[in-house]
Structures are given as C-alpha cells and as structure tokens.
Design a protein. Sequence first.
Length: 119
Amino acid sequence: MVGTMERHRTRWLRALSRVLLLLVGAVQCLLGVIFGVGLVASALVYAGDGPGLVISSVLFLALDVVLFVGGLLALLSSLEAWDPPYDRWRGVRWPVLGCIGGGASVLSWLVAAAFIWAM
C-alpha cells in the first residue's frame, strides 16, 4: 500500500511538472516571437538614426533568441517522454533540459519585473 501511494505522488508530481514546463515554455516562446518581431522592426525603422540603435537592437535580439531557445527547451521537455530509454536528447535527460530552460525563463521574467518595479 505504501508503494502505491508513493507511485501516485510521483505521478502527480510528474504531471504537475509537465504542466508547469508546458506553460512556462509556451509563454516564453510567445514572448520571444512577439519581442523578436518588434526588435527586428525597430532595427529596420531606426537604422538611419545611427549605428548605436542598430547594435543595441541586434544585441537585444540575440538575448531574445537565447531566451526563446530556453522556452523552447522547456516546451519540448514537457511534450517528450520522460521514461527510459527515450528520456534523453544527446545524452541529457529531458526533465533536466526542461528545468534549465524553464528556470532561465522564470529568471528572465523576475529580472524584467524587478527592472520595471525599480523604474
């Protein structure tokens, strides 16, 4: 009976982790696309105003792509199999990749919120 309760708890924890990674990854990918399109548009519109604006737009776009990839890893991790033998991508387990991508996404949200709050 004890083993059954532990298995149910593990299943619920795994399901909750998958849902959380799915939501974090989906929101980060959506924000990445929205900000990416805006950054590309601003780089093209303000290209004549000087190289400083273009360089800053390109740097922000590179940061946006990195965060998009983190969100994509979290999203894909929630959709991939977590059970052996299909629980790895290039030797790294999917839950680990999802936690890294999701953690980077949440950390970027916290930094952005702190920056907005400080203004």
